[in-house]
Design a binder for this molecule. Sequence first.
Ligand code: UDP
Length: 149
Amino acid sequence: TPTTPHTAAPTAERTLVLVKPDGVRRGLSGEVLRRIEAKGYRLAAVQLVHATPELLTQHYAEHAGKPFFGSLVEFMLSGPTLAVVAEGVRVIEGFRSLAGATDPTTAAPGTIRGDLGRAWDGAVMQNIVHGSDSPESAAREIGLWFPGL
Ligand code: UDP
């Protein structure tokens, strides 16, 4: 009976990471890239992007109509975003784990949001990073932020 050899090469996947405008403004882009690389993932693409309302409406389509949507878009328009494609086995889950919980006040210490984030005064959670939450989201989001990649 054929068996799967334990040496079979696992398939690497890709995720979209964003260092949001608060992270770029605070000079945390390098720290986020450092943590991605230190975990063992590869940087496949990196680009500073000033988002447009059209891009953000597509990126955050699942949140359209929620009470925080307007302030989220306004926040994401407040300065440049560092868009990153990171690559590696289980990188989608792995980066979500590095990022920590959505609310930076209670995100676990050791995570990007838990170590580096906190509540300020706005309606929106300024939580430094975004990471795709599924293979389908990753493919869609990479297409939006890196057309042609
Ligand atoms: N957000 C917010 N208030 C909320 C929920 C979300 O300000 O009650 C913002 C926050 O910046 C978050 C983004 O909207 O990162 C997208 O929300 P999502 O639930 O997808 O969280 P994530 O996947 O980024 O942890």
